[in-house]
Design a protein around this ligand. Structure first.
Ligand SMILES: Cc1cc2nc3c(=O)[nH]c(=O)nc-3n(C[C@H](O)[C@H](O)[C@H](O)COP(=O)(O)OP(=O)(O)OC[C@H]3O[C@@H](n4cnc5c(N)ncnc54)[C@H](O)[C@@H]3O)c2cc1C
Length: 470
């Protein structure tokens, strides 16, 4: 095994030494991501600027059996870019160019380190629309979004990142460079490796270019905010809207705890007694949007809404949407540690899952606020805690164990958008079964026979987990 000094010296031969970091403050900076309670120290951090540099770096690491952990902006919530087994952190943030916007084929080609919000803004300047909008889009990279298959507020109508990926350039763990996919809307040539690489969480290859599909933007959008006495009636209103053949672009909820945290923080006039809030946005042709907004308002009232606010202008719409946008920040102010989870269930099971989360919260005496994407059953139970309190952290773990088991039992999943990383790896066998794990391990073996790329992620390895945990 190479020493840290040997690794750093070798990396400085491969790229500009100024782009190899290894000072103690660098190690700390790249030792964590957005996941609480998880760290790992890399030997060095590299900032390549093109595909060939990535290929050279990865090839060297492969030949010397040094782990490589790809990293975008480090906003991941499942520990994906944390170097839990040391090695090299390979940051893509210097590869941040949009290489082409093709207005005839409606595509955009970008390097992996482009910030998703910037990419969407560049598309908008040409009158085009990139719909996936993860809450982190102002800071997360498109490369991170692709390999996590990130979702967002608009995914009920527009789908998730994978629905917009047409092609990828990838560096394999042995340094070989390959391209998968094309600008053709229809392409069924061979196995769909592009789809396999989407959601691969940096364990199969390093994405070095992303070819995305763009669409024309909707002509109009209307925003509504509806308040309910409890989440059960809010859940029924959600079912009523969908049964009314309306697919809003956004259908989000906040529970009672979250409404009050937002109001404490921002005083935007949310009724504190409300048991649940729905933020609903409909978009499309102006006449259709007006008609749908009116239907949604009626359905909410029929299902017990105590108040429905309908924005009359886009600016008013922005104000109404603030409540949802501030949910996480408002909850996070309460305690030193915020654990945001993403248990997901079929839409019809949302009320049952929410009731269960409340039971678990009371059983383990924890502070949990829940918000999320009601339209696609993606819930974010958010535990407000303090990681220094080991006894409480044990209760948090037990509570989430129960929540994930319940999500699976209801036909859902342990993660709807944050990925498995290392924090969900112990639940994956429960989710996909023994055969599922066996097939996934074989796929990993084909792409990465020596296991140098992002080790310790997706697959649970008790021994290694014990030796490297923070
Ligand atoms: C406030 C907040 C809000 C969020 N909201 C959402 C949301 O609405 N929806 C959602 O889905 N997620 C959300 N997330 C989670 C997170 O932002 C996403 O998973 C995002 O896609 C991660 O992008 P990143 O650039 O930060 O990647 P990182 O966190 O740096 O990396 C994530 C994973 O991708 C791998 N990786 C990164 N770049 C590459 C590459 N070029 N090639 C191969 N592997 C790579 C890493 O190894 C790691 O496994 C949120 C996070 C925060 C902190």
């Amino acid at each position: 095994m190479l020493s840290k000094n040997e690794i750093v010296a070798a990396l400085k031969q491969l790229i500009d030494p100024q782009r190899v970091l290894s000072e103690p403050e660098d190690i700390v900076t790249y030792s964590y991501d957005g996941t609480p309670h998880l760290t790992g120290a890399p030997a060095a951090i590299v900032h390549p600027v093109n595909t060939q540099e990535i290929s050279n770096l990865v090839k060297w690491a492969y030949e010397n059996e040094v782990p490589v952990v790809p990293r975008g902006s480090g906003t991941g919530l499942s520990g994906g870019s944390v170097p839990i087994q040391g090695g090299i952190v390979l940051s893509t943030v210097r590869m941040d160019r949009i290489l082409e916007i093709d207005e005839e084929n409606l595509t955009l080609l970008a390097e992996p380190g482009v910030i998703t919000g910037n990419l969407a803004a560049e598309a908008a300047k040409r009158g085009l629309f990139y719909p996936p909008d993860p809450g982190s889009m102002k800071i997360s990279t498109i490369g991170g979004n692709v390999v996590e298959n990130s979702g967002g507020l608009r995914c009920l109508k527009y789908g998730v990142t994978e629905d917009y990926v047409l092609g990828l350039e990838v560096v394999l763990p042995d340094g070989e460079i390959f391209w998968t996919g094309s600008k053709s809307k229809k392409d069924v040539a061979g196995y769909n490796l592009k789809k396999l690489l989407v959601s691969s969480e940096g364990t199969l290859g390093i994405v070095t270019k992303v070819l995305l599909r763009l669409i024309p933007p909707p002509a109009a959008t209307k925003t509504l905010l509806a308040f309910f006495p409890d989440m059960v009636s809010a859940g029924r209103a959600v079912a009523g809207i969908i049964a009314g053949k309306i697919i809003p672009c956004t259908l989000e909820f906040l529970d009672h705890v979250t409404i009050n945290c937002v109001e404490d923080y921002s005083q935007i006039g949310l009724p504190r007694e409300s048991g649940g809030l729905l933020l609903i946005q409909t978009d499309g042709h102006p006449a259709q949007v007006d008609e749908e907004a009116e239907k949604i308002r009626t359905i909410c009232i029929e299902h017990g809404a105590t108040e429905v606010r309908v924005a009359q202008t886009p600016e008013e719409g922005e104000k109404l949407a603030q409540a949802r946008r501030m949910a996480l920040a408002s909850l996070a102010r309460r305690k030193p540690t915020t654990i945001l989870e993403d248990a997901t269930v079929p839409r019809s099971k949302v009320p049952e899952m929410l009731a269960f989360i409340e039971q678990v919260r009371d059983k383990y005496q924890l502070e949990i606020g829940t918000f999320g994407h009601a339209g696609d059953g993606n819930l974010h139970p958010t535990c407000l805690t303090d990681e220094r309190d080991t006894e409480e952290m044990e209760r948090v773990e037990q509570a989430f164990d129960e929540i994930f088991k319940k999500a699976i039992q209801l036909g859902g999943t342990v993660t709807g958008e944050h990925g498995v990383g290392c924090v969900k790896s112990k639940y994956l066998p429960m989710m996909v079964g023994e055969t599922g794990i066996k097939v996934m391990r074989r796929i990993k073996q084909i792409f990465d026979p020596t296991g140098v790329l992002n080790p310790g992620k997706i697959f649970f390895d008790e021994k290694k987990e014990e030796t490297v945990s923070a």
